[in-house]
Design a protein around this ligand. Sequence first.
Ligand SMILES: Cc1cc2nc3c(=O)[nH]c(=O)nc-3n(C[C@H](O)[C@H](O)[C@H](O)COP(=O)(O)O)c2cc1C
Ligand SMILES: C=C(O[C@@H]1CC(C(=O)O)=C[C@@H](OP(=O)(O)O)[C@H]1O)C(=O)O
Length: 389
Amino acid sequence: MSIRMLSSGESHGKGYLIIVEGLPAGLPISKDYIEEQLARRRRGYGRGERMKLERDEFEFYSGVRGKVTTGNPIGVVLRNSEWEKWKDAMDAFDLKEDEAKEREITKPRPGHADASGMAKFGFEEARNVLERTSARATAAWTIAGTLCRRLLEDLGIAVRSSVTSVGPRSIGLPRSEEEWTRACSSDMGLPREEDEEEIMAIIDEARSSGDSLGGTFAISVKNVPAGIGSYSEWDRRLDGRLAQALMAIPSAKGVEIGGGFGLSQRPGSEVHDEFVLSSGLWTRRTNNAGGIEGGVTNGEELTLHVALKPIPTLKKPLRTFDVRTKRETSAHVERGDVCVVPAASVVGEAMTSLVLAQALCEQFGGDRMEDLRSRFEEHTKRTRRMFHV
Ligand SMILES: Cc1cc2nc3c(=O)[nH]c(=O)nc-3n(C[C@H](O)[C@H](O)[C@H](O)COP(=O)(O)O)c2cc1C
Ligand SMILES: C=C(O[C@@H]1CC(C(=O)O)=C[C@@H](OP(=O)(O)O)[C@H]1O)C(=O)O
């Protein structure tokens, strides 16, 4: 039994329909809990006009009664706040031919999915493509991932994130629990207040020169016992599944687990996490593996890093071509974000939660929360006995 998430919806349509199937019955969940994560996803200094207008209104359609999951598929409707303003663009097929032509997007933006999506479907303009490739969908994913986060929280597992760089400016990981808490709760997703002013100035500079920025964020998951996941087949390994989910975030270009690429340059004697005895428990001296060995958790904190490329839509557009005339021109320009690392890090938490909840339900059974809890506790006790002297 696994958990599946499906969504339909478009960035400037009425909104998104989300279905999450496979969550156990008996999981307490409130609207406020989800609203809190959606509000975190709207955050960040580099965001554009839309995030000031978007309210992320949603309602449960099915699968939750009296603030508890029923075991039925959970349906959620998420509304786009300003969809009526976009009716003309969305209904352009109903307009007269010359009016419709004026609205068409035929100058693909390098870095966005315009050209690749048009090539896939044979479209001569990009509206259908950008409506679905838009990161607006990550609000829907955040709702689904937050339902899964609730399941993890119920088992004592905590998923956090922190922005670790913006453009060329490195910030580094949080150095204490307080810094993790700050990174999760502050508007810019930064672990230390002292970095905020400089980061804002970097974003201001990019904005005023019509440019955009990428960056990196880290995900940390605490209290996952050893032995979760699978090494039996390539598509069951937990590291691969986490990497896929995180790589799916629009603009993600790299995922590292633990020490990631850096480990390839060091000898094995420096990299592999030695067992040391601490207070009667065999534990690890370091955590370069990022908490996963062989596609299975090893009991250490899960640590993952995600790299985002800069936002593709530029106010000072790059060179492209017009798909109709085949002539060189400047790329399509519209309002947009300049830097989205803090928002993407919240989406990263949601995607991580989805994969971990899937793995737990597969391993311990996903019908009843009560059964999942007791089997999880039994497993945790057994693994503790294995490492205990
Ligand atoms: C939260 C978030 C907001 C984004 N906002 C924008 C935006 O305003 N303008 C834009 O061109 N791209 C934006 N992107 C990135 C594009 O959606 C993304 O680059 C595009 O879908 C192509 O996918 P790829 O970069 O993964 O190849 C955003 C990404 C995220 C995660
Ligand atoms: C709507 C969201 O992000 C959008 C993602 C996005 C893109 O091209 O990916 C482009 C922008 O949309 P618009 O063109 O309407 O301004 C962002 O605002 C959101 O995160 O909720």
